[in-house]
Design a protein around this ligand. Structure first.
Ligand code: NAD
Length: 490
């Protein structure tokens, strides 16, 4: 089964058909958030390396786009097989460099593999249309064509899943693909690309460039890149969107989030509390679909708050490698300090701490912080408005359902929202009135399966076509029309 030797901690690029080790440029350190120990370090990829990868990608594209689609998907079947064979090792790699629990890591790999499975259906998904006798003596056909070399720039919080929102669709539609993963978690991406190469994609079809902002900007500005997919924080998403458009590229840029859960008076409170705690604190609050604000109808506010605090107070905070761990560390010390400063701001603005994660039973080393819950938070407070991306939940009291709905929809972000209710009429209003890309009723996390698109609204998304599913086919192809007329056909 798994007897390959992977370069476990040496971070390398894949350019053309070979591994390269950048030796110039800024140095990035990668460490284990659960212990604080450094795992590895690597250099930023330079503009010259970006240029080399784009050239290799363009060369590969020339023959890859003409490869029959049925042949193009064969390496994807192999890739799925390899991902499944290696999922335990990939999960451990994720935990070591990211800090999340093994369960969370296994779940994200499964979600990533789903995208490979969906992309295996490209022969059906990328078909165009044909109309006989569209005009006198004319048949008309619309075909979808790949465009060249695409790049994806991904964040740290789902190092295995998010690259797979893009890679399978890009290559199956006939494009060449370059991944620039988060500099905080490069080893998971390296593992994925090693497996993709082993799966048999021709040299240059799947490539990897490591680095940070300089590498990203070199990709976005390079004339040989046809389009960019970005997932990360809102300020960077906005920058990528503007810069890619200025450089004449297709772009989809997913940004940050501050999702709200609405707990209606008719909700099953035990279930709502359990789901809210899971959604707010899984992945240590570092999920774009987390619900770090709960707006609760006054009638059930006290009972809900009590349940949420009880549920969260029992969480086991430990190294994510432990099978019983409920919550691992935050990604870095800098990020932990930032989350702590939001807790200070919450207190300064009058929030009351119902559970103080700074006092939790925490391991002595690493970037740990326990689940933190503020009660009776002012709807205009900073900790309600801004993305914290840590284990901090704010409870907001609403007079009634109308008021709660208004508070939920006020957010500048629009990635997701959840409603807990027992009433169909609440659900209908929620669905019609809340402006978010992913809505869930009686589910804590509004995560779409791979055969549906994934994307937010407002400050959570810049662009039009989202990640996953059919949107990816549209993003990675352009349509051409073919008109034909034959005279003297009798
Ligand atoms: P980030 O924005 O710091 O980094 C994301 C990527 O952008 C990385 O690859 C990084 O190297 C690159 N980058 C960083 N600064 C840059 C700059 N100035 N110019 C060009 N490139 C730059 O995000 P992160 O901290 O890795 O991830 C967390 C963020 O991602 C959160 O805001 C979270 O909500 C968001 N996120 C959103 C979604 C979604 O689907 N909307 C999914 C996951 C994460």
């Amino acid at each position: 089964m798994n007897n390959r030797t992977l370069p476990e901690t040496r971070v390398q690029n894949w350019i053309g058909g070979s591994r390269r080790t950048p030796s110039e440029g800024q140095v990035h350190l990668v460490s284990n958030p659960a212990t604080g120990e450094q795992i590895t370090e690597f250099h930023e990829s330079t503009r010259a390396a970006v240029d080399e990868a784009v050239t290799a990608g363009s060369d590969a594209f020339d023959s890859w786009e003409d490869t029959p689609v049925e042949e193009r998907i064969q390496p994807l079947f192999e890739f799925k097989q390899l991902l499944e064979e290696h999922q335990d090792d990939i999960a451990e790699t994720v935990v070591r460099e990211h800090g999340k629990t093994l369960d969370e890591a296994r779940g994200e790999i499964r979600r990533g593999i789903e995208n490979v499975e969906v992309a295996c259906g490209i022969p059906s998904m990328m078909q165009g249309g044909h109309l006989q006798n569209a005009a006198p003596d004319i048949d008309e056909t619309a075909v979808r064509k790949p465009l060249g070399v695409f790049a994806a720039v991904t964040p740290f919080n789902f190092p295995a899943m998010i690259p797979l929102w893009f890679l399978p669709y890009s290559v199956a539609t006939g494009n060449a693909f370059v991944l620039k993963p988060s500099e905080k978690c490069p080893l998971t991406a390296q593992y994925l690309i090693e497996l993709a190469v082993e799966a048999g994609f021709p040299d240059g079809v799947v490539q990897l460039l490591n680095g940070g902002a300089d590498t990203v900007n070199a990709l976005v500005e390079h004339p040989g890149i046809a389009g960019i997919s970005f997932v990360g924080s809102t300020p960077v998403a906005e920058h990528i969107y503007e810069s890619a458009a200025k450089h004449g590229k297709r772009v989809q840029a997913q940004g940050g989030a501050k999702n709200h859960v609405l707990v209606a008076a008719s909700a099953d409170l035990d279930f709502a509390a359990e789901q809210t705690v899971s959604s707010a604190f899984a992945n240590t609050g570092q999920r774009c679909l987390a619900n770090p604000v709960a707006v609760v109808e006054d009638d059930v506010y006290d009972a809900f708050a009590e349940r949420v605090v009880d549920e969260a107070a029992n969480m086991i905070i430990e190294n994510g490698l432990g099978e019983d761990t409920d919550m691992g560390p935050l990604i870095s010390e800098v990020h932990r300090e930032n989350v702590l400063s939001y807790i200070d701001t919450g207190l300064e603005e009058g929030g009351k701490l119902l559970l103080d994660g700074r006092d939790s039973d925490l391991p002595s080393k690493g970037r740990f912080l326990g689940p933190t819950i503020f009660g009776d938070v002012d709807p205009d407070a900073t900790i309600v408005d801004e993305e914290i991306f840590g284990p901090v939940l704010a409870l907001v009291r609403a007079k009634d359902f109308d008021h709660a709905l208004e508070l939920v929809d006020r957010s500048d972000f629009g990635n997701a929202s959840s409603l807990f209710t027992d009433r169909g009429s609440d659900a209908k209003r929620f669905r019609h009135e809340v402006d978010a890309g992913n809505l869930a009723v009686n589910a804590g996390t509004a995560a779409p399966m791979a055969f549906f698109h994934f994307g937010g609204r407002k400050a959570s998304f810049f662009g039009d076509l989202h990640a996953q599913g059919e949107d990816m086919i549209h993003f990675y192809t352009d349509k051409s029309i073919y008109i034909e007329r034959w005279l003297n056909t009798q």
